[in-house]
Design a protein. Sequence first.
Length: 394
Amino acid sequence: MTELYWDPFDETMALDPYPLWRRMRDERPVYRNDKLGFYALSRYADVEAAYRDPRTYSSAYGTVLEIMTAEPMSSGMMLFMDPPAHTTLRTLVSRAFTPRRIAQLEEYVRTLCAELLDPQVGGDGFDYVRDFAVQLPSRVISELIGVDPADREEVRGQIDRAFHVEEGKGIINEVSFDATLKLHAYFSEQVEARRRAPRDDMMTALVEAEVSTGEGTRRLTTSEAADFAGLLVSGGTETVARLLGWACVLLDGHPGQRAALAADASLLRNAVEEILRHESPAPVQGRTLTRDVRLHGTTIPAGAKVVLLTGAANRDERVYADPDRFDIRRRFDGHVAFGLGIHFCLGAALARLEGRVGLKETLRRFPVWEVDHQRAARLHSSTVRGYDRLPITL
Ligand code: HEM
């Protein structure tokens, strides 16, 4: 038996981490990476318990391994906050993020799919990720937030650059840093403009939402609202693009299930859940311990970085029968691809909508395709796993 070693930054390991994650669940449910200085929990029950205990498993030191800090971060992003600050912000933004506002987007998502996919009809093939899966969510987010049509091309370009991955440097590089600053400046300016002249959009809802706190009612500051818009852009673009990419690969690998889906749209909802479970687009979430935790005979000390391996939990044989089998008809209670508890993905309903409509519109036009695995390329960061380039032939 080879020594058990998992490195979230290793691109080769990320190609197929599942055998390794199975060994972690079985042999080392409290895994310790001495070289990189973190622990990892991979069993569903442990990941779930950690999510349910944010007081012990803090998000305030960052949740993305590349940028976790020794001191709490002073970020306006609720992803990197603990209660009570998180609770206040989440309550505020949830009001601007209602199920009604999301459901209203369905027709828009369908129209966008047509705009992106129709030009490919009759052709030999296209890049499913570059030409479709990345384009769709970045346009949907711009619409949701209320970016002016005249600014959308520029904002979409900046969103692309904000996700630039540089050889050797990964996701932290000058191109992405510069684009992130520009997006923040743009959103700050837009938020200010909404204060002066309200409109019927999410940015206005963000500046107008009020919440009562111990010290009275309060609204978001401009910087908080701009940070939130930035978080929506980053949380809502990359992940949905990977979800659609995985859908394309998995269905090509299971032509019988693809044909069943094309023939029966009522299977789509469950299929999207199974894709999220089987290939979780965001499989790794970081936390920092605020006290010692004793688990499976090991004491994890206060201050330790602990990785919650949602991607491994979603394949835990203690919860799912034959977990490595992809089955769009699988019956299951849930998964942790969107996290759980207080940080449960705020965009889950939108992601599900984009997944369902995106797939339906794809299958309507292209019931069959073939992935060109030779020319496909992965995108790699410690938190997002999926395809960056995905040429398909029709
Ligand atoms: C398939 C697509 C998606 C996946 C797999 C995904 C996954 C996740 C996960 C795992 C978390 C929890 C992180 C943690 O606990 O540290 C999260 C949080 C979050 N997601 Fe998503 N997400 C997706 C789509 C979206 C979309 C479309 C949006 C926005 C429109 C979005 C916005 C957010 C926000 C704002 C949070 C932070 C919530 C909080 O801290 O309270 N996500 N997401």
